[in-house]
Write a protein that binds this ligand. Structure first.
Ligand SMILES: Nc1ncnc2c1ncn2[C@@H]1O[C@H](COP(=O)(O)OP(=O)(O)OP(=O)(O)O)[C@@H](O)[C@H]1O
Ligand SMILES: [Mg+2]
Length: 165
């Protein structure tokens, strides 16, 4: 298993957050779990939309907040399990829901309010992302995960910045 590293990226618009999500999505393999944390409106769902685009989803408008039903499934290069634990206070409520089957299985699980999941539910191959609102349209996005994925993401971003200059 490669080392776990952390990078902080600043996003200055929803479009930029989409783009970062898309870049990450391109590099994900089945079985990975992506945990998203951060206050209401910090960009978790926007990021998920980008990630799904990176995984080849045909229609990103399919992605909405699954808050009321806990999980949506989107067909992409691999299935995307979009889980939202906002309304789950008591994790005992997750027992017998079968949620565990989607974590580390055949697809990619993206979990909003992911910090609520006990670590024992999670596979080693996971990415943890913390969003912070640092301005009206600015978000700090702190991404931790396996070294090759995180460094690759940072590299791609550097290149795309050069293109825009
Ligand atoms: N840089 C940015 N990145 C992402 N979203 C931004 C940014 N700037 C402004 N926004 C706005 O912030 C909101 C983020 O909403 P989003 O639904 O993604 O948040 P969330 O973290 O999923 O919230 P919730 O906890 O309610 O599910 C959107 O309205 C988006 O347009
Ligand atoms: Mg959301």
């Amino acid at each position: 298993m490669s080392e776990f590293v952390t990078k902080k990226i600043l996003s200055s618009s929803p479009e930029e957050t989409l783009r970062i999500g898309k870049e990450l999505g391109r590099g994900l393999e089945p079985g990975m779990v992506v945990l998203l944390s951060g206050e209401l409106g910090s960009g978790k769902t926007v990021f998920t939309k980008g990630l799904a685009q990176g995984l080849g989803i045909a229609d990103p408008d399919l992605i909405t907040s699954p808050s009321f039903i806990i999980m949506n499934i989107y067909p992409a290069r691999v299935p995307i399990y979009h889980i939202d634990l906002y309304r789950i206070d008591d994790l005992r409520g997750l027992e017998n829901t079968g949620l565990e089957e989607y974590l580390g299985g055949d697809g990619i699980a993206v979990v909003e309010w992911g910090e609520k999941l006990p670590r024992s539910y999670l596979p080693e191959s996971r990415i943890e992302i913390v969003f912070e609102m640092t301005g009206a349209e600015e978000r700090s996005i702190r991404i931790s995960g396996p070294e090759e994925i995180i460094l690759n993401l940072a590299q791609t971003r550097k290149k795309s910045c050069h293109c825009e200059e």
